[in-house]
Ligand binder design. Structure first.
Ligand code: ZN
Length: 147
């Protein structure tokens, strides 16, 4: 487990260019959003669920952006969407693995480096014990689940 310390400066939070910074500033995820990610992953099984993690509360990942018309597993569309999603805080990404292994593949790491700085992988069977969070560099992150 790697714990990354970060402090949010209000101006940085508003800028939304998190992927250019090395410090991970989001270390908390709302329990409500986590449940949504687990449910969405389960409903999409055996296909892959994916989306963009966003935030309405400083320091807390609590919002999900879905890309209309995105084909399951098509993460190129997500990167393209993120590039034009000005005004929305892009924290990182979420996608599911139909396998029981929540570890990033080489392709995942290439994707992570292009959008945001916190990346969640939800693995089968999509429970609170079967997900993990990763930095853009592929280091495991500890996210606190908050109400
Ligand atoms: Zn993956």
């Amino acid at each position: 487990m790697v714990r990354i310390k970060g402090v949010i400066a209000p101006d940085e939070h508003a800028r939304g260019k998190a992927h250019t910074r090395r410090t991970v500033r989001f270390r908390s995820i709302s329990g409500r959003l986590l449940e949504l990610l687990l449910q969405s992953s389960a409903q999409t099984h055996p296909k892959e669920f994916s989306g963009i993690l966003s935030s309405k509360t400083p320091g807390v990942i609590d919002d999900l952006l879905l890309i209309p018309g995105t084909v399951s597993g098509d993460r190129h569309a997500i990167v393209q969407f993120a590039n034009v999603a000005s005004g929305r805080q892009i924290v990182g990404s979420v996608h599911s693995h139909p396998s029981p292994y929540p570890f990033p593949s080489e392709a995942d790491l290439g994707f992570f480096s292009r959008i945001g700085d916190v990346h969640i992988i939800v693995a089968h069977p999509y429970t609170r014990r079967s997900w993990r969070a990763w930095s853009s560099a592929g280091e495991e992150l500890t996210l606190q689940v908050v109400v």
